[in-house]
Write a protein that binds this ligand. Sequence first.
Ligand code: GRG
Length: 300
Amino acid sequence: MQSPSADTLLSEARTATDALLSEWSATLAERFAGGDGPAIAYALASPGKRVRAALVLASYRAVGGDSPAIAGIAAAVETVHTYSLVHDDLPCMDDDDLRRGRATTHRAFDVPTATRVGYMLVPVAAMVLSRAARDLRLKSTSLGRMAETLFQAGGIEGMVGGQWMDLEAEQRVLDLSELTAVHRGKTGALIQSACVLGGLAGEATATQLAALSGFGEEIGLAFQVADDVLDVTGTSDELGKTAGRDEALQKSTFVRLMGVEGARREAARLAHRAIQHLDNAGIASPSLATLADYIVSRRS
Ligand code: GRG
């Protein structure tokens, strides 16, 4: 089976999720027009690559799902991701001015507004998830498992915990196992959850879910290793965010520990391991293989 290109998969994920996110943005902007509505819409409708959305779609199809309503699950994951970017850019975290090719939310508005926007996007994500589960006609137990998967990945055992460790570690050099633990949480957990959510929505078997989880875990870490490479090899124009930020903040990175070539090899090794999880479970998904390859070879 031939896979569509990564460009096609990402563009399809963007079309599907951006339509929903624009609808939510317009509703929220109107309902809270005199308050934070415009800032919520600015953040929520900002143009991301939608890698996590593409992983949801491909994982869902890999286990036989075929409803277009899966776009809502993808949009829920992207909403959690967007909240994390809004908060990550705040002065108390990575303090950045540029994101997705435009001013960060606290630069376009102000710090208190961006702080509130980030928090407000979390219940929005829950609503988007719940509506999508209804549209997919999933049982409430499936919605429960999906909510647990998404918010556990986004919480202290995943993304928040990883970010917290990352901030704590700013003044020292981490070794490989510490750095890996930070990024399995900070970046990897949400990417892993995207794959598992696709599987849950497609009513995958336990074996398939375990394989998607293993795939997501490896590719989630590979995403961050590739991100560290791009931070030193890309330009701000290409990345849509400030290049060289890790160096400026004296962060521990995979490039710092392994060099650019070593980090590239490590990302490729992780991508290979990711695919092995699928092979071992008999999941033939050219789309997931294409996305794994894209994640470690992308230019932005
Ligand atoms: C309360 C401690 C605490 C944390 C709050 C801010 C936060 C939660 C977590 C930070 C998570 C984070 C920003 C991880 C980085 C992940 C990453 C590499 C993002 C870039 O992803 P892309 O390239 O971005 O897919 P686009 O813009 O394309 O969506």
